[in-house]
Write a new protein. Structure first.
Length: 580
């Protein structure tokens, strides 16, 4: 894997915050590879806002850009929530595509975030006859018959891919907004059905598409009218291991103290959702303390309270938008009723009887349809069945806002119910403590360096002259090995000071003891790295389950420091004792 080039600025912010999604990225990269044989069918990724789909497809774009396979060119376009006239949108879309296409081949990554005007695009395309001709044709259309501009712009990826026998991967984020924010022309109130114009383009095998949508019901309805053109998939939560990695990663970058006991509790309380996890750690709750379970619960209580927590405000955007169209008590009753049952389906008949609704079947069906389109409930196994979103955090936000109105609930009762729920979560986290690895080590090194912890508190055999100090970064890193090729180290802790000491760390998070061959492999890596680095560098081997006495002797003889899970647990206990 080549070094990652962040050509497209990722909305996640610092690229190092991207954690997990290994299976999803592997699937997308295999799909891109198969596109070279024209096997790949267009895909649609659906999930509510903040689930991580934009981060996923932007990282996918940057990986393809970094790999620089001349036969596979990525194109990313985010449809914004602003009103466009169709011809203006056509020109903006076309310029974005051509800018990224020319950036890919020129390797000028600065262009990706700087959409060029048509005149500049012609200059950059001077050595690409097909692209130059296509740009000149677009200029002619805009000057003489602008009503054809969208047709030319939309077909450009397929057209250029077919002419040059390459593959252009089209990634359109928030695809459904094309049908809401694009109008026929100045002064027109008529919305264009732009998504429908992709009926043919979606079947292209030389320019296959990946579209995403945050409003699942809305995008799903659009795709229903584009029968079998897209493979639909829902983006779910992180794996347990990835969720725990996310906790440690965000805690490191946000400089927020956590503990090994609370890290899995944060992950599980956030339901392995990257947004919930990140916001628990980012929370602006007064007196935030994520080193205790009670502190984690307090932060989540704060985050799910309207006018205080960001999580609550994100959900309230959905809720308010939905009830501006279906604003009546029965709709709210239905949402709360289904939320209580999680993933268990309920038929329309059950809903009517249990809630004592005096509505004709056709009116109830219409309300349920609108709630589904607003992503406040989910479809069941048939058009007659429905279920809740299966998201307890949504449920508690909804109950806090509408519980007093619907069920005459006291706020204290809702808080007590949520506390009981989080206590049950605690029982599900003990086994997650075994999911440790490089992110945990990175976190401890970063915190220990930043707070001036003595090296002997973290490492058994500290090398002379080496101390823990503030690190500019602690992350996996690929070091160039010249003619001996590059090598990737599990953790490279880079000192903030030019004359400071960096640390190269090997991490083994195995349930069984490591063997001598793992020690020998790291010593060979050390020899290569020593020829590569120009800064003062120490070497550390971390094994979660420790070492034999013979292995310790091997490491000491080679000047390598070592540590294990017991040492870090002892270090944490010392930190807690000093805080008390």
């Amino acid at each position: 894997m080549p070094d990652l080039i962040i050509a497209l600025q990722e909305e996640i912010g610092n690229p190092d915050l991207f954690t997990g999604r290994r299976a999803e990225l592997a699937s997308l990269l295999l799909w891109a590879k198969r596109s070279k044989q024209q096997y790949s069918k267009s895909r649609a990724i659906l999930s509510r806002r903040k689930k991580g789909k934009t981060a996923l497809v932007q990282r996918f774009f940057n990986i393809l850009y970094s790999q620089h396979d001349p036969q596979v060119v990525p194109f990313f376009y985010r449809v914004s929530e602003q009103r466009y006239h169709l011809n203006d949108f056509a020109e903006a879309f076309y310029r974005a595509f051509m800018t990224q296409y020319l950036s890919f081949y020129s390797r000028d990554s600065r262009l990706v975030n700087n959409v060029l005007p048509l005149a500049s695009l012609k200059t950059h395309a001077s050595q690409d006859a097909e692209a130059l001709q296509d740009i000149e044709h677009m200029e002619e259309i805009l000057a003489s018959n602008p009503n054809l501009a969208w047709d030319h712009a939309q077909r450009a990826p397929h057209r250029l891919a077919a002419i040059k026998d390459i593959r252009i991967i089209q990634i359109i984020d928030e695809f459904q907004f094309m049908n809401r924010f694009i109008y026929s022309g100045p002064g027109s109130g008529e919305q264009e059905n732009i998504c429908h114009s992709y009926m043919g383009a979606a079947e292209s095998k030389v320019a296959p598409m990946i579209v995403t949508g945050s409003y699942i019901g809305w995008l799903d309805a659009i795709l229903t009218h584009m029968t079998s053109r897209f493979d639909k998939e829902h983006l779910h939560g992180l794996t347990d291991e990835e969720a725990l990695e996310t906790v440690y990663n965000y805690a490191t970058h946000m400089e927020v103290p956590i503990r090994e006991a609370t890290a899995p509790y944060i992950a599980r309380s956030g339901f392995n959702d990257p947004f919930y996890i990140s916001q628990i750690i980012r929370t602006k709750q007064p007196g935030r303390d994520l080193t205790t379970e009670q502190g984690v619960r307090a932060s989540l209580q704060f985050e799910t309270t309207a006018d205080q927590g960001y999580i609550a405000n994100v959900w309230l955007e959905y809720i308010v938008a939905a009830f501006s169209r279906v604003n009546e008590v029965n709709a709210k009753k239905i949402v709360l009723y289904l939320a209580k049952y999680g993933d268990q389906e309920r038929s329309r008949k059950q809903i009517r009887e249990d809630l004592h609704l005096e509505l004709p079947d056709n009116e109830l069906e219409l309300r349920l349809h609108k709630l589904r389109m607003a992503d406040l409930i989910a479809p069941g196994s048939s058009f007659f069945h429905y279920k809740g979103l299966g998201d307890p955090i949504f449920e508690v936000v909804f109950r806090k806002v509408y519980g007093p109105e619907i069920e005459a609930l006291e706020p204290s009762a809702i808080t007590d119910d949520f506390e009981k729920f989080l206590t049950r979560i605690k029982r599900q986290t003990s086994w997650m403590k075994g999911l440790r690895g490089e992110y945990k080590v990175r976190y401890h090194l970063y915190v220990a360096g930043a707070t001036g912890v003595p090296i002997g508190d973290v490492i058994y055999n500290p090398s002379a002259g080496i101390t823990l100090e503030p690190y500019a970064s602690t992350k996996k890193e690929r070091l160039s090995g010249g003619i001996e090729s590059s090598r990737e180290v599990d953790v490279y802790a880079r000192s903030e000071r030019e004359d400071g000491t960096d640390l190269v760390v090997e991490v083994k998070n195995w349930e069984k003891p490591i063997g001598h061959q793992e020690i020998e492999a790291f010593l060979k890596l050390k020899a290569i790295v020593e020829k590569t680095v120009t800064r003062k560098t120490g070497y550390l081997f971390y094994s979660e389950n420790g070492f034999t006495s013979e292995q310790k002797t091997m490491l000491e003889a080679a000047g390598v420091m070592y540590s294990d899970g017991k040492k870090l647990t002892s270090y944490e206990a010392g930190q807690d004792a000093s805080k008390a």
